[in-house]
Design a binder for this molecule. Structure first.
Ligand SMILES: Cc1cc2nc3c(=O)[nH]c(=O)nc-3n(C[C@H](O)[C@H](O)[C@H](O)COP(=O)(O)OP(=O)(O)OC[C@H]3O[C@@H](n4cnc5c(N)ncnc54)[C@H](O)[C@@H]3O)c2cc1C
Length: 396
């Protein structure tokens, strides 16, 4: 059996391990143990839309059935409710701490080798003799391999948002159950997401703050009580419909590690390289890193992981060389272009036709459902923003 080493045990690495383990000899390199992950800090808001959940079923991964069923996207502009769009399938958010730890234990029980240790770029050369292929799935701290940057898809040198996330109790969910998005033009966005965690159900409040804007008020906050108090103030001041659903007596973080502050500079790499004659492929954030504003990182990682699986199955009997890397990139490039350009556009002031579409959705359910579908299929979002199919040349 051909040997594959996967570095990174997150969304991409885990799906890859499940999909590849029956056809290849798979080893997962990880630097956190399952218990440390469970005891550690939250990592994401991790909404998996239905195509991702379908891929998880395809590869017999642990299901997310006990997570709240996300069926809708509620959209507000400032204090004005515009529409509720129906998703075409159920989405779910399950705390990555729980999901990653559970999956790692399950993979180990199914015979996948897990090797503990934080690898450095210089370790890659030492790994090469052990494997026929190495997959770099090291997430946003990666990549370890020298994948070239795709400059055409990488316009920013700095983060466009500050990400501020907490997992809370004491928030009554929106009805019908779903994700609520509030846009405060020029200042950022608030996402409210129902999620399942190790301690039960939680409501995620996720602020995407424009740097130096009026939501960028969490600098220097290090402890839970300050974080909760600041979040309560921001909601009372700027997000009245959420404030009305909060029971302040019960408003608290679900645990002391249930808050996060980060900021991401989006960057897209070409996801293949040859080192010492061995093919290295990239998957997930290590090569396709976007701002979380459109909730696509896990969904992109899952999409790319499935395409990587299909590529390797197609080339199961042939030499694994640069041509295989090119095939993988050709299979993924259109989707990566769509998700990247849509996500980058969402961090900019919304174009006039898109603002018009959001207004139209207030009185037209089909338009509202069409907008909800962007999150399930970013190619539709790209086409709405660019007003032409993705496979036609971009009219510049
Ligand atoms: C605030 C926030 C909200 C988000 N919300 C959403 C959302 O709602 N929906 C969505 O789809 N996406 C969301 N994302 C993005 C999503 O979390 C990521 O895109 C996704 O987890 C990427 O998967 P990955 O496997 O590439 O990386 P990760 O899941 O980060 O996994 C990388 C793994 O590699 C390991 N690793 C790293 N370096 C090394 C090394 N040197 N040696 C060994 N192991 C290593 C890490 O320990 C980790 O386990 C959000 C991100 C953020 C920051």
């Amino acid at each position: 059996m051909r040997r594959i080493g996967i570095i990174g045990c997150g969304t991409a690495g885990i799906q890859l391990a499940y999909s590849l383990k029956n056809d290849f000899d798979v080893t997962l390199h990880h630097y956190e143990e399952p218990q440390n992950i469970l005891d550690g800090r939250i990592r994401s808001t991790q909404v998996h839309f239905h195509p991702t959940l379908e891929r998880e079923r395809r590869f017999s991964m642990p299901d997310e059935d006990n997570a709240p069923h996300i069926r809708t996207i509620h959209f507000q502009l400032g204090q004005q409710k515009l529409f509720t769009g129906n998703l075409s399938g159920i989405a779910a958010s399950m705390d990555q701490r729980l999901r990653f730890a559970e999956s790692m234990n399950d993979l180990a029980a199914q015979g996948v080798k897990l090797i503990h240790g934080r690898l450095k770029p210089e370790d890659l050369l030492d790994l090469i003799p052990s494997y026929n292929l190495i997959i770099d799935a090291t997430g946003k701290t990666g990549p370890l391999a020298p994948f070239p940057v795709e400059t055409g898809l990488t316009p920013y040198q700095a983060p466009q948002r500050k990400c501020i996330v907490g997992y809370f109790t004491g928030v009554r969910p929106v009805e019908p159950e779903g994700i609520s998005i509030t846009v405060l033009p020029g200042n950022g966005e608030m996402f409210e997401i129902p999620a399942m965690t190790d301690s039960g159900r939680a409501t995620i409040l996720f602020i995407e703050a424009v740097p130096e804007g009026m939501l960028d008020v969490f600098k220097g906050i290090k402890n839970t009580s300050e974080f909760v108090a600041r979040m309560a103030n921001v909601i009372e001041e700027h997000f009245h419909p959420i404030y009305e659903r909060i029971d302040m007596e019960r408003f608290a973080l679900i645990d002391e590690n249930a808050f996060l502050q980060t900021a991401i500079t989006p960057v897209i790499h070409r996801p293949y390289a040859i080192m010492d004659g061995t093919l290295i492929l990239g998957c997930g954030d290590s090569v396709f890193l976007s701002d979380p504003i459109t909730g696509q990182g896990c969904n992109t990682a899952s999409y790319a992981a499935e395409q990587l699986y299909e590529t390797l199955i197609t080339h199961k009997e042939s030499t694994w060389d640069e041509a295989v890397g090119i095939d993988y990139w050709n299979r993924t490039k259109q989707y990566i272009t769509a998700v990247t350009e849509w996500t980058n556009a969402m961090t900019e002031p919304l174009p006039e036709p898109i603002a018009g579409l959001l207004m139209q959705a207030a009185s037209d359910q089909m338009t509202a459902d069409g907008i909800a579908a962007w999150f399930e299929n970013p190619i539709k979002a790209y086409e709405a923003f660019h007003k032409h199919p993705i496979n036609q040349p971009f009219p510049r």
